[in-house]
Write a protein that binds this ligand. Structure first.
Ligand code: 13P
Length: 283
């Protein structure tokens, strides 16, 4: 069933688990994510970036996800990932998104607050919750590219001030996480996460979770992370598995057969993440 992310993340925060937020670009990825959630009886967010909307059509991809959410036996929210500006947010709301991120984290503090407040006013008027970010998460996610040098961790006091000043619902933190695959083993700053959790009473979001080892994910969930974003590992599973299939079956030209192992591989990734996020059986 289609829900907003508010009910999902408030329950996650209260009960000490995290809801997976999985990125989609097309029908096949959407099917894999929803099937995994149904197998695991887990609430989820299916998230769409501005780049995915450009690729698949702003009128088209949200319709697929919305219909899949309505038909699902588990609660599903449709989330705009890294909303780049007010226009993108308005388009998403019109397309039926039930959860919005406005990412103005590259702007100076006062502008970040002003941009988020504007979106909060519009979204809250129609009951849609808003995620915002402070600090700069490293790596590349669609149009959001932050070099290692530019990446800055979220400051706990500034997090509390940001929540108070901008009035949004979920806070994305930078605690050593980065989009895309990590070069070495990532080292999340758990002391920083605890300090943020102690100062902020809204659900916290971990971006860039592909490649973070399971035990660090567990520690992050235990320290108050309520939403965890996964994109790269899903793409990787789809492409690697499809490459293997095509190499073994070079004459196969039926896309339905070619994509089948890739869909299964993505579903397996999402099922595993749901287990380590402790959201299995929470639907
Ligand atoms: P990964 O691509 O590292 O999984 O990050 C996804 C993400 O944070 C989307 O906002």
């Amino acid at each position: 069933m289609l829900v907003t992310s508010m009910e999902l993340l408030v329950d996650a925060r209260k009960n000490g688990y995290a809801v997976g937020a999985f990125n989609t670009n097309n029908l096949e990825i959407t099917q894999a994510i929803i099937r995994a959630a149904e197998v695991k009886q887990a609430p989820i967010l299916v998230q769409i970036s501005a780049g995915a909307l450009r690729y698949a059509g702003v009128e088209f991809l949200p319709l697929i996800v919305k219909k899949a959410a309505e038909l699902a036996s588990v609660p599903v929210a449709i989330h705009l990932d890294h909303g780049p500006d007010f226009t993108a947010v308005m388009q998403a709301l019109r397309a039926g998104f039930t959860s919005i991120m406005r990412d103005a984290s590259k702007l100076p503090y006062a502008e970040n607050v002003a941009e988020v407040r504007k979106v909060v006013e519009a979204c809250h008027a129609i009951g849609v919750p808003v995620e915002a970010e402070i600090g700069k998460i490293g790596g590349a996610e669609e149009h959001v590219v932050v070099s290692e040098r530019e990446a800055t961790m979220s400051d706990p006091d500034e997090c509390a001030q940001f929540v108070a000043d901008a009035g949004f619902d979920f806070l994305a933190v930078a605690i050593g996480n980065a989009h895309g695959f990590y070069k070495g083993e990532p080292q999340l700053d758990f002391a920083r996460l605890e300090a943020i959790r102690d100062r902020v009473s809204i659900p916290l979001v971990l971006h860039g979770a592909s490649g973070i080892p399971d035990h660090q994910i567990t520690m992050a969930v235990e320290r108050g992370i309520s939403k965890i974003n996964i994109d790269t590992e899903i793409r990787n599973a789809f492409i690697r598995s499809t490459q293997e299939y095509v190499a073994a079956n070079p004459d196969q030209i039926d896309p339905r057969k070619v994509f089948k192992p890739g869909i299964a591989a993505m579903q397996a990734v999402v099922e595993h993440k749901i287990e380590i996020f402790k959201s299995a059986g929470r639907a």
